[in-house]
Design a protein around this ligand. Structure first.
Ligand code: ADP
Ligand code: MG
Length: 253
């Protein structure tokens, strides 16, 4: 090969074509540092390739978090386990290791409003994103709306396929709004399609015995609970509302 007149122009072109932006941004600086430190060429190349990998992974995690559509970016680091002693902290931390997603198991978080269920679900979801997993966050009401709209617009299969691709689907706030018969059936179908194929995490303010009031039909609720609870971890967040406690503390201080 002939030596090009200006290798930097060609190098820049090739690295862009190969999609190696970090190598492009770093190669000159790293070359100087390696020369100063007496680091040989294979190690110089290794450094560049490692930097590219780290950066690529960081961007992938960022994309996963964005695609998941979490309501807020609340990780478990900011969760105060002491505020809710009834909660099984060991189990929460175990779930944050994402192994349950590899095993396609489900999680159900139960407890009254304000006890940190959404925060926990977001924290567990963020942890899964950090491991590169495909996660989706939605409320039961919003999911049913999306499904109904998709059905009306004859793109239900496409939405169902997109949902099936998620390794973890978080369905928040089941129970605040009773579902129409069609809504209940569409939601049932999603959970049924995920059975043993992907993980689902549901949060609800209602104990299981009241779920019939959401789905309308006892038969449908039974079939849904059967699938959802076959491989399940249950988190119980009993106690006072964290929001209420905080505002009381503010008033008293
Ligand atoms: P739920 O979904 O059970 O109604 P949220 O998760 O929305 O409750 O919690 C309400 C608010 O209180 C949120 O801002 C959440 O971050 C905060 N919160 C709840 N529990 C805790 C906790 N144990 N530690 C830190 N923040 C908490
Ligand atoms: Mg909530």
């Amino acid at each position: 090969m002939n030596e090009p007149a200006d290798p930097q122009v060609l190098l820049s072109h090739h690295l862009k074509k190969l999609r190696l932006p970090t190598v492009l941004a770093e190669y000159a600086k790293q070359a100087r540092q390696c020369a100063e430190q007496g680091i040989d060429h294979p190690r110089y190349l290794l450094r560049l390739v490692e930097l590219e990998l780290i950066e690529r992974e960081r961007r992938m995690v960022e994309r996963r978090i964005k695609a998941a559509k979490f309501p807020a970016s609340k990780s478990l680091d900011s969760f105060d386990f002491k505020a809710i002693p009834s909660l099984n902290k060991v189990l929460v931390l175990e779930l944050a290791r994402s192994e349950f997603i590899v095993r396609r198991e489900n999680v159900i978080a139960l407890g009254p409003s304000g006890t940190g269920k959404t925060h926990l679900a977001t924290g567990i979801g963020l942890a899964a994103c950090a491991r590169g997993m495909a996660v989706g966050f939605t409320t039961a009401a919003s999911l049913v709306n999306q499904l109904t709209e998709a059905r009306d617009e004859k793109r239900l299969l496409r939405l169902q396929a997109a949902l099936a691709k998620l390794q973890l689907l978080i369905i928040d706030e089941l129970g605040y709004v009773p579902l129409s018969q069609t809504g209940a059936e569409l939601l049932f179908e999603v959970i049924s399609q995920r059975y043993e194929r992907g993980s689902t995490m549901v949060t609800s303010n209602l104990p299981f015995e009241d779920w019939t009031s959401v789905f309308g039909s006892q038969r449908l609720t039974g079939a849904l609970l059967d699938r959802l609870t076959h491989h399940v971890h249950i988190l119980e967040a009993n106690g006072d509302s964290y929001r209420l406690k905080q505002s009381k503390e503010r008033q008293n201080s």
